[in-house]
Ligand binder design. Structure first.
Ligand SMILES: [Zn+2]
Length: 304
């Protein structure tokens, strides 16, 4: 398990243990008999372990005090399991792992997704499930949108190693490009692929503030299992920073065979003009990148 998950389960067990202790103290304060009823099973097990009690006797004595405890709780108007150990997930008893050899419990997979999602800058509204072709003005654009959705879903299905690792989504503003970028990221996390989404603007701002704080701000962009680089072309053009950063991200991710989704308004000429031959030719390299063009009427102005 990753450190974050380990910490989560350790905190969860602490929290449930404190709640359990609080209930014990509350019941003992109301009826002093609880003290004996709660300590008896442990004492019986010690005697059994020391060979002083046969198993059948130990079992029946524990059965008796358990029954008395439950009856006492019910007589006080409380649930009979009020003093049982508390587990948020009874399946793994809040360990996050089950089985031997151990694997992540379903609760841990879900938690891992939540942690990934909150660290990813991906929103949970722009998803394939929330996609609607009703936003498209004409049949042609609707067909294009549905085709785009199918294409993106196939890309996600092939993650973490699509045949061509990179995807470049090109089109004018308001054609739903960013929606697809986000939906790819969301679906990737759903299948357990750690994803980072950023706008190119935010990415360069991170690098610039990293220079001030001497932090290695580029690391998350290099190591993400999937990177979604949105709004490419809107970032500040800082000499010796912007082009170099984007080149390094694309270059190192390609070397590590890590997939990258780029979303931009810029066409081929625009990319060459802005980033130069070395970077732009890498962005559109047909061996590494599938390119999709979105055309049509602006969906945002239409919605207004
Ligand atoms: Zn569990």
């Amino acid at each position: 398990m990753k450190n974050e998950l380990v910490r989560y389960y350790s905190d969860l067990r602490d929290k449930n243990l404190r709640l359990h202790q609080k209930r014990v103290a509350e019941c003992e304060a109301k009826n002093s008999r609880f003290r004996a009823l709660l300590s008896e099973p442990g004492l019986v097990m010690q005697q059994w372990a020391a060979g002083k009690l046969p198993l059948a006797t130990a079992t029946s004595r524990i059965g008796l005090v358990t029954a008395e405890r439950k009856n006492l709780l019910i007589s006080m108007g409380l649930p009979s399991d009020y003093l049982d150990p508390i587990y948020t997930c009874p399946k793994c008893q809040d360990k996050g792992e089950v089985g031997n050899p151990s694997k992540l419990c379903s609760c841990a997979l879900k938690k891992q997704q939540e942690l990934m999602l909150s660290a990813s800058r991906i929103n949970d509204r722009e998803t394939f499930a929330n996609f609607s072709d009703a936003i498209y003005p004409g049949d042609e654009q609707k067909k294009q949108g549905l085709g785009m959705k199918r294409f993106c879903e196939r890309y996600v299905a092939a993650l973490p190693k699509p045949e061509k690792p990179n995807l470049l989504i090109v089109g004018q503003s308001g054609l739903g490009k960013s929606f697809f970028g986000n939906a790819i990221g969301y679906a990737a996390i759903e299948k357990g692929v750690q994803t980072v989404k950023t706008t190119a603007y935010q990415c360069i701002q991170d690098i610039l503030s990293g220079i001030d704080t001497r932090e290695d701000a580029i690391a998350p962009y290099l190591s993400a299992r999937l990177l979604i680089l949105d709004d490419l072309g809107t970032e500040a053009m800082v000499p010796n920073v912007t082009v170099e950063t984007i080149f390094r991200i694309l270059n190192e991710r390609a070397a590590a065979q890590l997939p990258t989704v780029m979303v931009t308004n810029l066409d081929r000429e625009g990319l060459f003009e802005r980033y130069g031959e070395r970077v732009a030719s890498r962005m559109i390299d047909g061996a590494l990148t599938s390119i999709v063009l979105l055309r049509g009427e602006n969906l945002r102005t239409r919605m207004r």
